[in-house]
Design a binder for this molecule. Structure first.
Ligand SMILES: C[S@@+](CC[C@H](N)C(=O)[O-])C[C@H]1O[C@@H](n2cnc3c(N)ncnc32)[C@H](O)[C@@H]1O
Ligand SMILES: [Zn+2]
Length: 158
């Protein structure tokens, strides 16, 4: 008797894009997510910073909003081109996710248990070649609302 071809089960992602209290749109858990779950890849066009700097003005005309994810200081993923839901994940100073690099690819993974309805957030940790002045930090002001909020999406310089 012919057997039915085995169906490849593709698990639906436990996340959804909704309006965020932090900023614009965000990504939320639709069910409980265990610590250490790889949730989504940060996809988009891989370009050099040189191309990105030509593509996007750095003069505050767009409120310093960005869909760019730095890969290695030279290359960057532009999620405005071919990006998926990962581009809506906001920053928090008390994150429940982290970005993990594998070559030129970036994945977002949970770093603790996340309850249904919680917003997924990771620490953008923006790093600049220039000095991290109070003005620069204010330009990337953080509205995450965490008790431990450092007030900026800019990383502490090591
Ligand atoms: C990859 S987008 C995230 C999606 C964004 N909420 C939206 O609706 O376009 C990154 C941008 O979102 C904003 N953003 C993300 N997290 C933030 C935070 N904690 N505080 C203030 N703005 C934030 C900043 O403008 C940042 O450049
Ligand atoms: Zn914050």
């Amino acid at each position: 008797m012919p057997t039915e071809p085995e169906k490849t089960k593709r698990r639906k992602r436990p996340i959804a894009v909704r309006n965020s209290r932090i900023h614009g749109r965000g990504v939320f858990a639709t069910e409980q997510i265990s610590k250490g779950t790889r949730l989504i890849e940060y996809t988009g066009e891989i370009i050099t910073w040189k191309v990105a700097d030509h593509r996007y003005a750095d003069d505050g005309s767009n409120g310093y909003h960005t869909f760019l994810f730095d890969i290695d200081g030279k290359k960057v993923i532009d999620a405005a081109v071919g990006g998926n839901a990962a581009r809506w994940i906001n920053h928090s100073c008390a994150p429940n996710c982290q970005a993990v690099g594998e070559g030129d690819r970036i994945f977002i993974e949970s770093i603790r248990t996340i309850k249904p309805g919680d917003e997924l957030v990771y620490d953008y940790g923006f790093v600049f070649q220039e000095r991290h002045t109070p003005e620069l930090k204010a330009r990337y002001r953080c509205l995450c609302g965490a008790k431990a909020c450092r007030g900026t999406m800019v990383a502490k310089k090591k």
